[in-house]
Structure formats: C-alpha cells, structure tokens
Design a protein around this ligand. Structure first.
Ligand SMILES: Cc1ncc(COP(=O)(O)O)c(C=O)c1O
Length: 443
C-alpha cells in the first residue's frame, strides 16, 4: 500500500452495504465517526472494502502500535496458533505466560520494588478493575481518588471511575461506592477562568485541603489513580510537579499510586511508560491497548509486596491467552529494540509541525500538546470574551480530514487526538500535516 488514494465517493458501494448491515444488527451503543469500512492494513495505511486507501492516525484507539500487518508480529501469532490456542493460564501452566510475565515485570518501573508480579487479563477495563481490587485488598481501605475527565473503561468499576462523559454513567447506577474525584491540571483551561483549580498547586490543595478534610479521610484511601496523560478526556499532559506531588501525598498517607497506562503506555509517548517522563514510579501500573499490536490482552503490574492476594482471589479464563502473549512478546521486543525511541522522535516532529499549523490558525486552534505520538489538538473559539470549546469545528475537521484520506479520532470536548501506529515515518507525518493544513484552511 503506497499511500492515500480515494477512488470512490465515500462511502463506496461495498462500504455502504456493510454499514447498513452494521447499523441493523450491532448494539445501538456503538459509535461511528465516519463511513470507513476496513478491509486490510499495512503499516500506517488502511484500505477500505472499495479499494480506497487512508492514513490511519488513530491506530484503533492507540492499539496497533507496530503498525498493521507487521510481518514479525504476524509470524509470532501464526507460530503460536500452530501449537495451541488456549489452556487457561490462570489455572494451568503453559510455556508462554511465565516467560512474558518476567519480561513485562522487569520492564515495568514500580515504586520501591526489587521484584514485580503480573496479572494477565484481556482488556484495559479488566486491568483497571483488577488494580482497584488489588489496591483495596492490599491496603484494607475502601476508597479511591480518581480525576475529573479521567477514563478507565466500561465495566462497572470503570464507569464508576470515569468522569469524562456522563453518557458512560447515566442509567447504570448504583455505581461502585468509594470512588471520589479530584481535579487534574490543564495548561489550556477551556472555558477560560473556570470556577475550579487548573494549576498544579490548586489541584493538589483541593485534594489535601478539601477532599481529605471534608469528604474522605486519607487513612481510608486505598489509592490515588491517574492516567499519566488523560486520554479520552482530551489528551491532557499534567505538569511533572503534579505527578510528583501525588507521589508525595501517597507516601505521606500510605496510599498506593495507580498509573493507568492503558493508552499512554507501551512506547506511545517515547518512553515505555508515560510515568517515566515525570520521574515517578507508581505502585500499580495497568496496561493494555498497544501491548500486543492489536491482539486482546491487558495486564497490571505491582511489586511482590503489594501483589500478595491468595490463590483464587482474582482470575480470568482467557487472560494472558498464548496467541496474544506471543504478539505481546514480539511487540515488547520491537518497542525495546528502537520503536519507542522512534515514537519519541517522530512524535516531537509531528508536534512541531502541528504547532506551526496552529500559529497560522490562532482563532481556530486553542492548543496543541502531547508527548511522543500521543498528541491532542484542541479547537477553541472566543465567545462573549470567553475562550470556549469548539466541538463543531473539531467535528467538521474530522469529517473533512476523512474525505481527504486521514482517519482521526475525537477526545475531550473539542480535541482531535493523533495516536498513529508508532511505525509512522516523518515523511508520512509530512503528508498528514499537509492535509491537516489544507483542511484547517477550509474551516
Ligand atoms: C486510560 C484507559 N484505561 C482503560 C481503558 C479501557 O480499555 P478497554 O477498552 O481495553 O477496556 C481505556 C480505553 O480507552 C483507556 O484509555
């Protein structure tokens, strides 16, 4: 697949038929941003069922880290599929799980730990739920502090911890008790002058001086849990001092720090884990998405002093499926063999090019931010003297970019996220940025 090529009206005839079937039979909860129907992929490019080729700048929500159809990942999957597909690694031994557990345990920085342990599951939400359970179990405390705008998945534990969109919680109560919310700093507060803290000091003070003094005693808090870069909530990068402040508070009160690295981890930000940018280690780290290039697997990692729950306390039939583990092992090898550094370098270039585009459209683009290949571009406008989110401009951008062959994805109130496969090259970023600049000029 050599590059973007749009040959039919969108959607083309085959896509239109499949879309009708999809709309007829899939759960009404599914959400579609544009009429792209995937048929095959290669690297950063994807072809639809009518032969149109697009550039994939979302990687299936930050998942296909090594690109579509990576020959080494495919070979690892095929080799394992030719041996056995399943034996329930939670109950029976196999020749893959322990090997990968050691590799992942050794690659994951954990606070005050000489040896880590790993629990394997299938998805990010399961990793999140497991981490919540472990934190409660390990501390004997019931409460957890999460952050506004955070997202942790769609299980009951996940939605009880989410505060990025009310549609994810509405109608599903009662939710899991004991989850409280605090503020996450934003360098681009939109609307301007919001009536809540957006700076590091204000957000930390809210936690210690309001939450801990009026709502929940710190000695009843099991964990403070953050996404090191908020994903679904708008690709928000916190200041280093904020994350370091959370570590200090956790240490002071014997609280565990959970880093939900489901979206920000596995090389996406130019480090294996985004927490490494802040020089902070969490007590429990969750991971999924990019971990296996698209095969479903999740995990959470903690020190062997924290992960001491007894046999049978937690489990999963499919968790650590051997085919997914084969893909995950190869993915980790590729990430450690240069792909993570590549993501950091190309990501910095992408960010620079997007900031140049922002400079030409200051009335449209409020902020461009990110680390590595986890970049958010926030649309904003001035309304009655206030800077406010411009979701209509963001949605128009996504639609027009699609028509020109770029697949992008929304997050937050008015942000477009760019989270392409980590194999994207500077030349491909140039092609994408030329299209992005063209689209901005039409908005
Ligand atoms: C930070 C974070 N945690 C958890 C999840 C849930 O992952 P999954 O959809 O695999 O359950 C997501 C998914 O977007 C996420 O971004």
């Amino acid at each position: 697949m050599s590059g973007i090529s749009i040959k039919t009206a969108l959607p083309g005839p085959k896509a239109a038929a499949l879309i009708e079937q999809d709309h007829t039979y899939l759960s009404t909860s599914r959400y579609r941003m544009y009429p792209f129907v995937l048929a095959r992929g290669e690297g950063c490019h994807v072809e639809d069922v009518d032969g149109n080729v697009f550039m994939d700048l979302h990687a299936g929500i930050a998942v296909t880290s090594t690109g579509h159809n990576h020959p080494e990942v495919n070979a690892a999957i095929a080799e394992q599929a030719g041996k056995y597909l399943h034996n329930c690694g939670n109950v029976f031994y196999n020749d893959k799980q322990g090997v990968y557990a050691q590799e992942l345990a050794e690659a994951t920085p954990i606070h005050n730990s000489n040896k880590n342990r790993v629990f394997f599951c299938n998805t990010g939400a399961e990793a999140w739920d497991g981490a919540l359970k472990l934190a409660r179990y390990a501390t004997g405390r019931p409460n957890v502090i999460c952050f506004y705008n955070g997202f942790h998945g769609r299980t009951l534990g996940g939605i009880s911890s989410n505060s990025s969109k009310v549609v994810q919680r509405r109608g599903f109560g009662p939710l899991v008790p004991g989850i409280h919310f605090s503020y996450f700093p934003r360098s681009f507060p939109c609307p301007s002058n919001p009536p809540y803290p957006t700076d590091t000091a204000g957000c930390l003070e809210y936690l210690t001086d309001v939450l801990f003094k009026k709502i929940v005693a710190p000695d009843e808090v099991a964990a403070i849990a953050l996404e090191p870069i908020q994903g679904e909530g708008g690709y928000v990068v916190p200041p280093k001092e904020f994350v370091q402040g959370l570590r200090r508070i956790c240490d002071e009160y014997g609280i565990l720090l959970i880093a939900d690295e489901v979206q920000s981890g596995m090389g996406r930000t130019g480090k294996l884990y985004a927490m490494e940018h802040f020089d902070v280690k969490a007590d429990i780290v969750t991971t999924a998405k990019g971990i296996a290039s698209g095969m479903p697997i999740g995990a959470f990692v903690a020190s062997d002093k924290v992960m001491t729950w007894p046999e049978g306390a937690h489990g999963s039939t499919y968790g650590g499926n051997p085919v997914a583990v084969a893909a995950a092992r190869k993915t980790l090898e590729l990430l450690q063999g240069g792909l993570t550094a590549h993501a950091g370098e190309v990501g910095a270039y992408f960010l620079k090019r997007l900031k140049e585009i922002q400079a030409k459209h200051p009335a449209l683009i409020g902020d461009v931010r990110g680390l590595g290949l986890m970049i958010g571009l926030e649309f904003a406008k001035v309304d009655n003297g206030r800077t406010v989110a411009d979701a209509a401009a963001r949605d128009a951008f996504i639609k027009k970019a699609f028509e020109k062959g770029l697949l992008t994805l929304a997050c937050g109130n008015s942000t477009v996220r760019f989270c392409p496969p980590l194999v994207i090259t500077k030349a491909e970023v140039d092609v994408a940025c030329d299209i992005i600049a063209d689209v901005m000029a039409t908005l």
